[in-house]
Write a protein that binds this ligand. Sequence first.
Ligand code: IPM
Ligand code: MN
Length: 364
Amino acid sequence: MSYIAVLPGDGIGPEVVDEAVKIIKSLEDLTDIKYQLEFGEVGGSAYEKHGNPLPEITMELIQNCKAVLFGAVGGPKWDNLDSDLRPEMGILKIRKTLDLYANLRPVKIFEALKENSPVKSEILENVDILIIRELTGGLYFGEPKMQMNEKPERSAVDTMFYKEKEIERIVRLAFTISKSNNLKLTSVDKANVLETSKLWRKIVDELGNSFSEVEYNHMLVDNAAMQLIQNPRQFNIIVSENTFGDILTDEASVLSSSLGMLPSASLSFIPGESNDDKKSLYEPIHGSAPDITGQYISNPIGMILSTAMMFEFTYNQKEISDLLFSCVEKVINDGYRTKDISNSKNYCTTLEMGDAIVREIRSR
Ligand code: IPM
Ligand code: MN
């Protein structure tokens, strides 16, 4: 029996996770893998109940599971808490504890949604990008990290710190994926200013020598932000440090028409290599969207496609993953649209979108 920890979290997290759970249940007959879902609390809702965004009981649950399905965390209610108690600390601690250094964020453009993107359709032609974000280092975790409330002036510091090994492993993962798919790699940094980026660039060049079959280039992050909108087709695989990757993936979601569409996989191993003792986490790239919570207008597709990535990377069932992507595509082609991807006054609810995808799975 394989256990999957399901952590819905805050805001629209529970709404979209409910749909992913429906999907998993509808797949039961299609796979030999026997899994059991174990629900737990994280984020602001966990803080309310346990005084901690990642209570011990949730961490224990995760330790007994092979994969984690994660909704979203955060909300205005908890904005003034100390950093350690904020909902976001729930996800950051899980990433760090499980050493989930590689966050894979595919940016796929569904044909029928091209017209919904503010970017012109012809620019979106043949766009298919995988953004690989370093997830356990950089500004998010570097020390010192604090606010100094001294007089006469307050100050604050965050530290962008990377060890060679941390850069090496994410860049190696990116080269490995590029090599096995015969795709070009773009490494994004700010090497004209930042020391961490200069080291990053050196390591990319060193690894580039041993991956001589992979075509790669470097790009400064400000330029990359512009190029992503101006000429996204030039990118196949992008690898970048934590903060840059966070920002660029929200930006890239505009190409796919909505933040609600993009899934992600957080791994601590190179895909294809043995991962028996490794745990992985799957979450949509969007946040908890407190402004629309409870209206059931959220888009569950980012969460559902994250589930598809779980079948690919945790269970090596690429065929289930492909099936899910194709069912989502069919349902979009059939005209199902949640509010964020609808260009008319008509849209379906979160539940209707999930149900339509389940029906499509059953019909295959
Ligand atoms: C993301 C989110 C998180 C991040 C937040 C919720 C801490 O924005 O997964 O992209 O910044 O990594
Ligand atoms: Mn983000």
